[in-house]
Write a protein that binds this ligand. Structure first.
Ligand SMILES: O=C(O)CCC(=O)C(=O)O
Length: 390
């Protein structure tokens, strides 16, 4: 059981691991935790079973009412808005950015402009992160979710911004309805925080984070150019040398009534760009223009979506994309999202070059405060961007 009470055992940390790391990676050896309390300093224990345990109950034939959206928020599963046509999503060939001719590179940058303006979403292929490494990340994630609920409790975290958290739904203390999803979420840059169980998972993810970060930095340079900025402008403005990178493994077990439950509600990501991989099972839907589209992932590609900091920095030219996750009856889905953002202390504002007539669309906002605002409310839509709109 995941028990949201104030009692908490600190994670047991291994000594620092030594890997052939880039200088930007530090490995954390300790973590500070506090207890969860209400505004009146009273702790309210709230017991929420992991969806994995629930889904594996032999007599489960229907979705418990606490997961049923159709009664709570009637339009959230609005299937009429779903675009059923097969869509060809923009695909970015990363190798042409890094080792193509200057012409090929500028063509890819043009494609990025279109992808960011039209979809807020694209896939990245030929990125150099090996399939073997991705498979090892899925395997480690599967083994992590197979730990007993008691073992996972060690990593549940108590605070919204604890560097390691695992649990179920999004935030059961705030969620009106629970989501059909278990998760492990850890901060992996500038310091690497990660569970020590199951064996080998931590080392695999460390390697994966480094490789993915290289691709992220390459794409960020290209996006900077696509906005007419110097290639390193975004890196400088967001202080990406100490940028926050968050690793999230999501498990969406098979669901007996997939039309009644959601894996994740419609939301935008608070960071700059999120890189996602999935275990061959689709479930992500995006909403670029009021319609929902099913994303059919190209195997081993990165599914990349724009986040709120990109919308803020580009002064609204590149919108962050609203997305949600649907579940299915047959197969467990595992996705791994790498959210890449500015350093926590960076105050992000619209780039002056992109502000017309001295009219910024958004107020300059410290990234840490942006995250706190998002996490202290039920996750839904683009709440924080709306609050800082001028
Ligand atoms: O699982 C997915 O496809 C999306 C995950 C996601 O949106 C998230 O982790 O914030």
């Amino acid at each position: 059981m995941f028990c949201l009470s104030s009692s908490f055992r600190s994670p047991q940390w291994l000594p620092k691991i030594h890997c052939s790391s880039s200088p930007n990676y530090k490995v954390a050896s300790s973590v500070t935790t506090t207890t969860t309390t209400t505004q009146n300093n009273v702790s309210i224990p709230k017991i929420v079973k992991s969806v994995k345990s629930l889904a594996e109950s032999p007599d489960l034939t229907s979705v418990p009412s606490s997961y049923n959206f159709t009664t709570e928020v009637s339009n959230i599963l609005d299937k009429e808005l779903l675009e059923e046509e097969e869509v060809e999503f923009p695909t970015i060939d990363f190798s042409l950015l890094t080792s193509g001719t200057p012409n090929q590179r500028s063509e890819v940058i043009n494609e990025l402009t279109k992808a960011c303006e039209t979809w807020g979403f694209f896939m990245v292929t030929n990125h150099g992160v090996s399939e073997t490494l991705m498979d090892a990340v899925f395997d480690g994630s599967r083994r992590f979710f197979e730990l007993s609920d008691e073992e996972k409790l060690e990593y549940k975290g108590n605070n919204l911004i604890d560097p390691i958290k695992c649990g179920t739904s999004v935030n059961p203390m705030l969620d009106k309805v629970f989501y059909w999803r278990d998760f492990l979420k850890t901060y992996v840059h500038p310091e690497f925080h990660f569970p020590t169980k199951p064996p080998g998972y931590r080392e695999t993810v460390f390697e994966f984070c480094q490789r993915t970060r290289e691709v992220f930095l390459g794409i960020s340079e290209a996006i900077s150019e696509s906005l007419g900025l110097e290639a390193n402008e975004i890196y400088k403005r967001l202080n990406l040398d100490s940028g926050l990178q968050i690793f999230t493994a999501n498990l969406y077990p098979p669901c007996p009534q997939p039309d009644l439950a959601l894996g994740l509600p419609p939301h935008s990501d608070h960071g700059f760009l999120t890189f996602l991989i999935q275990n061959g099972v689709d479930g992500l839907q995006i909403q670029p223009n009021g319609k929902w589209y099913n994303v059919k992932g190209v195997p081993y590609s990165f599914l990349v979506n724009s986040g709120d900091q990109l919308e803020l920095l580009s002064n609204g030219r590149y919108k962050s994309i609203i997305h949600r996750v649907v579940v299915n009856r047959e197969k467990a889905r595992i996705s791994v999202a790498m959210a890449n953002g500015p350093s926590l202390e960076t105050v992000v504002s619209p780039a002056p070059e992109l502000v017309e007539n001295n009219r910024p669309v958004y107020a300059a906002t410290k990234y840490k405060e942006f995250i706190e605002l998002q996490k202290s409310n039920e996750i839904f839509g683009k709440g924080v961007l709306d609050r800082i709109r001028l």
